[in-house]
Design a protein around this ligand. Structure first.
Ligand SMILES: [Ca+2]
Length: 151
């Protein structure tokens, strides 16, 4: 998980492009597609409040949002996302962020970043997130979750 980098400082990268990213507080999982590989990602959510996830590709230090998923249809959905096959000679990194609104969907409510945590759910590996973390030992990080495979 990435901590303390300043790639995102001063930039707007969250859902609806309205937020900066707080890496130090929330952590930032990195998924990597090696040469000739692609990522297959699916999403689950289990929370009372609206949830979203954003995926960013990082190529030569440039970040691009490549997917935005979430629980509020039709604005967002939890459909699978598959990266392109990495046809470059370098590994391609994808950064993951998770977000929530405090309550039901409303354009007037701000987005807050979720804290990320590692969970497992075979056959996928997963990164989960919690909108209101209270205890790292008991939080289940199931509020919105990305499950991924490299193919
Ligand atoms: Ca939870």
């Amino acid at each position: 998980m990435l901590k303390g980098e300043d790639l995102f400082k001063g930039r707007k990268y969250g859902p609806d492009d309205k937020n900066g990213i707080d890496i130090d507080r929330c952590g930032l999982p990195i998924l990597t597609a090696e040469k000739g590989k692609k990522l297959h990602c699916s999403f689950t959510a289990e929370a009372d409040w609206e949830q979203a996830m954003c995926i960013y590709s990082v190529v030569n230090g440039t970040l691009t949002k490549v997917a935005e998923r979430g629980t509020y249809k039709p604005r967002r959905n939890l459909d699978d996302w598959v990266s392109p096959i990495n046809e470059s000679d370098q590994p391609v990194d994808y950064y993951i962020t998770a977000w929530h609104k405090k309550g039901s969907p409303s354009a007037d409510k701000p987005w807050y970043q979720n804290e990320m945590g590692s969970i497992r759910s075979d056959p996928y590996n997963s990164w989960g997130s919690e909108d209101s973390p209270s205890d790292p030992l008991t939080d289940d990080y199931n509020d919105i979750v990305i499950h991924f495979q490299t193919l």
